[in-house]
Ligand binder design. Structure first.
Ligand code: FAD
Length: 377
């Protein structure tokens, strides 16, 4: 894929990461790739230089994830660790939190998971009930989370909870750093139909006692801080989806060029060629919107980035699902064999349609926020 909207530095980063990805390939060892990418400075490319990062933005970080995905070896934790958690701590953390967490998140020696989804809230994150209560100088957290990725390999999880305003009784969203081995913090692995290196967990927080400085940022500006982390998450999910779509498409194109059952290779039949061309166009368009979202976010336009990040995530999720579906179909029976490795992407691709915000919730957002149509819920 070529693009003309990137700087020479971006192009150089893209080709260097692509070379790294190709060395690891589809049968990659997640840990080995994580530490090599970290050593090369790719994992913390968006984090501030003062704290060991590369001083770039989400534009650069999304290039890293997209290229690893396109080589068949995506690192899912990049979506949460440097992109959400690193961003939130860099923008809103105390100096002590920055010094404690950012160098490790930047050089990959520390990883953070992110937990907002709850069993009884789902897409309606206004309904989350994980609650933080003051107990002397400490916080006590109680609640449940579901589908949280990589908690087992993360040193801590950034948990979205709420604190009760003693005066008004209203609940305000707040972010807490919960260490993996905190007492009362338990996890149960969810049996997912996904061939992925990272696992998902259901979490229980039962009177988890945390020191005062586990709270990230300002108790009164929780929502704003949360959105600062969620835009990078959407942009990074778009990168994840575009990378996977490109990987699948490339396998299908290779196959369609060679496989011959009549006179010419199957790729000569337009019924095979055109859907692959459409998949390529859809992925390119999604990437363009992802680049716009990253540009706006890195320029400090949180509001503009919000709309673009949602649209990029939507477009990338749809493009990925279609590209994978068409790739599997192109391989005929081989599309479903383990040897060719495409069938397992069918479920993996669907993740980008559901998480971190579903296709329908983005359509709702655009209907209401962009088009001004009334709300049904
Ligand atoms: C592999 C994987 C990894 C994940 N990792 C994380 C993680 O690390 N951290 C984390 O916090 N979460 C994570 N999630 C959770 C993910 O963000 C949620 O699954 C997602 O937000 C949807 O919530 P839900 O599953 O409860 O679906 P629900 O909210 O129950 O939605 C079910 C269906 O109803 C539709 N729907 C709901 N409301 C409306 C409406 N108003 N209008 C129209 N349609 C609607 C949805 O679009 C969806 O199709 C992960 C999920 C997966 C699958």
């Amino acid at each position: 894929m070529t693009t003309h909207v990137e700087t020479d530095e971006h192009k150089a980063l893209r080709s260097a990461v692509s070379a790294l990805g190709k060395r690891h390939g589809r049968t990659y060892d997640r840990e080995a790739l994580w530490s090599e990418a970290a050593k090369l400075g790719y994992l913390g490319v968006n984090l501030p230089e003062a704290h060991g990062g590369g001083g770039g933005g989400i534009a650069e970080l999304s290039i890293v994830l997209e290229e690893l995905g396109a080589a068949g070896c995506p690192l899912l934790m990049m979506v949460v660790s440097p992109a959400i958690c690193g961003t939130v701590i860099a923008r809103f953390g105390t100096d002590a939190q920055k010094t404690h967490w950012l160098p490790g998140l930047a050089d990959g020696t520390r990883t953070m998971a992110f937990g907002i989804t709850e069993p009884d809230a789902g897409s309606n994150s206004h309904r989350i009930t994980t609650t933080a209560r003051k107990d002397g100088a400490d916080w006590l957290l109680n609640g449940r989370k579901v589908f949280i990725s990589g908690v087992d390999i993360a040193d801590a999880t950034l948990i979205v909870g709420r604190t009760e305003d003693a005066r008004t009784g209203t609940l305000k969203p707040c972010l807490f750093i919960v260490p993996r081995d905190a007492e009362g913090f338990t996890r149960r692995q969810i049996d997912m139909e996904l061939h992925a290196a990272e696992k998902q967990f259901e979490l229980t927080l039962d009177d988890v006692r945390l020191p005062a400085d586990a709270l990230v940022g300002d108790e009164d500006a929780g929502l704003l801080q949360l959105f600062a982390g969620l835009n990078p998450e959407r942009i990074m999910t778009a990168a994840f989806a575009i990378g996977m779509g490109r990987y699948a498409l490339a396998r299908a194109v290779e196959y369609a060029r060679d496989r011959t059952v009549w006179k010419a290779p199957i790729g000569a039949h337009q019924a095979i060629a055109h859907p692959l061309a459409q998949a390529h166009i859809d992925l390119e368009l999604a990437r363009l919107m992802m680049q716009k979202a990253a540009y706006l976010y890195d320029a400090g336009d949180d509001v503009g980035a919000g709309e673009a990040a949602n649209m990029a995530k939507y477009a990338a999720g749809e493009a990925c699902v279609k590209a994978v579906d068409q790739a599997v179909h192109t391989l005929g029976g081989n599309g479903l064999t383990r040897e060719f490795g495409l069938a397992s992407l069918i479920t993996a691709a669907r993740v980008s349609r559901i998480a971190p915000v579903s296709r329908e919730m983005i359509l709702n957002y655009v209907s209401h926020q962009t088009l001004g149509l009334p709300k049904s819920y």
